[in-house]
Design a protein. Sequence first.
Length: 280
Amino acid sequence: MTTEPDEQAPVGEPDGDKPDDQAVELAELDDDFALGSLDFDGLSPTDFEEFSFDLMAESGFSNVDWRKGTPLAASPSDRGRDIVARKPLQDINGHEYEETWFVDCKHYKRGVPPDALQGTLAWATAERPAVVLFIASGYLTNGAKDWIADYQRTNRPPFRIRVWEKPQLLRLVEKNLDLAFRHDVGTSTLRRVSEILKAESEFMDRLWYGRKPADKDIHLYDWADDVKAGMLASKRRMEEQYGVEELAKDVESDWAWGYLSGRISALRWVLGDEWHMLDS
């Protein structure tokens, strides 16, 4: 049951565990890469649910079920959870078993308030999973954290409550960088895939423009009139989009042309092109 992004850290539990302990364990503590921060602003509530679904699958959970229920952008009533997953576990004596987790995704522009949590816990009380996990693209409000603590003291629920906020999501995504690329999640140290694709498109336009003859020399080429007209129309469009002076910089020296070509080759390599060609 997503809604909209926001601010803060985990809630303590009666047994002394913290909701982020599981996230830290899953992400491991050997920091070999730092993303800096995450930005989910470009994702819709449904996009954030899909990101969370893949995050659960990549974090060792099995039978991950996204309870979307429709191909439409909005989701129908999901009975208190957006995702149901099972976590394989093993006793000290080798006995294997699974825990059922109910996952509720919260994509809010402000902190997640207490009333956004109540329906999920009501369903969990009836259906008794092992864990209820709230995944927030930002943070729970302090009021929501206090409400969870009061709920646990008063009700002693038969399930544990976990909260993954932006800091815990950051640690998990650091170990699964493909998730950030796949879902176009912004980071402070890596560009979004959408930004890379936009840059590649611009540089390829500029490469194409730089390879075309100057307008005054077109008569020297034995091309059909419609081909010449189409090329001139495309050149005018690019001049309007990027500016004549900016396009001229690409061909003012061999170094400038090589720099443009190198940038395109690098972007194509990042995007998975085996040959990182300069075809335009």
